[in-house]
Structures are given as C-alpha cells and as structure tokens.
Design a protein around this ligand. Structure first.
Ligand code: 4NP
Length: 152
C-alpha cells in the first residue's frame, strides 16, 4: 500500500480538497490518501463548507473528513507528503528527524510543470471563486501525481 499525505495549515480548506481529488484518481486497494494541518486550530472539524461545496460541484464528497494536526510520526507512516505552500514546507521540515523524512516532503505544485504557481493560494479569507481556483490547480496536479504513482 502506498500512502500519501496532503498537508496545509488548517486542514480544512486546501488539503481536504487535495485528498478528495487524489482519491478519485487512485485505486483504494493500492493507495491510501490522508490529509493533515500544521496548526491545531481546527482539530476535529469538518472541512470548510466552501471546500465541501466546491468538491460536491465535481461529485466528490469530502464531508466525512475530520481535521487533524500533522505529527512527526506521519513521516514513518507516509511515503509521500505533499505540502500546499512554502510555509507548510518550513513547518514540516522542522519536524523531520532525518534526511529520509525530509526527502518525503515536497511542494505539491512542483509536480506540475504546466503551472507557474509555486504555492496553492490559501482561500480561507477568499470567496467561492478562490476555492474554484484551488480546485482547478489541485485537480490538474493530482492527475499528474496519480499518473506517476500508478506507473511507479
Ligand atoms: P487551509 O486554510 O490551510 O487550506 O486549511 C486555512 C484554514 C484556516 C486558517 C487559515 C488557513 N485559519 O487561520 O484559521
């Protein structure tokens, strides 16, 4: 089983969407996808209602997800850790215990050569168009990631 973790700040906007999208492109018998936040603000909460609605527009149900905080043990559990932005990268890299841990972490948009963008913009203080933009950026990137993972 290959295990993939999506990470953002709050685990209520971007990474739950990334998890829900990637799950649709991978067979669940072979791949486990989860998400977490670097901050503790929203532990136990459902994804933001705007992320739930955006996912639903694309027939993806993320309403069952529950926010949790990233933990150093996640380095042992997961094979690939995709962070949404460079601030998440800094937070996670400080928790890495080894080079092996650190090598698992990458900026998710580094997987997508078709985008100039480096960071998935934080839509928390935005509106539904910002969430749609996040969806589009994550959807095109998750397709590339899934293709690579299935080929490896
Ligand atoms: P996320 O968005 O990291 O994509 O889940 C945010 C969620 C909550 C906050 C910031 C960003 N917050 O400040 O509470």
């Amino acid at each position: 089983m290959t295990k993939i973790l999506m990470v953002c700040l709050g685990n209520i906007c971007r990474s739950p969407l990334a998890q829900g999208i990637l799950e649709t492109y991978l067979p669940k018998e072979l791949f486990y996808v989860d998400s977490a936040g670097t901050a503790a603000y929203h532990i136990g909460k459902q994804p933001d209602y705007r992320s739930i609605a955006t996912a639903k527009d694309h027939n993806i149900d993320i309403s069952h997800q529950s926010a949790r905080q990233f933990n150093a043990k996640d380095f042992d559990t997961f094979d690939y850790i995709y962070v949404m932005d460079s601030s998440n990268y800094n937070n996670i890299s400080h928790l890495a215990k080894s080079d092996k841990d650190l090598k698992k972490v990458s900026l998710i948009l580094d997987q997508n050569p078709n985008l100039q963008l480096k960071d998935v913009p934080d839509p928390y203080y935005g509106d539904r168009s910002d969430f749609n933009h996040v969806y589009n950026v994550l959807n095109s990137t998750c397709q590339i990631i899934a293709k690579k993972l299935k080929a490896s």
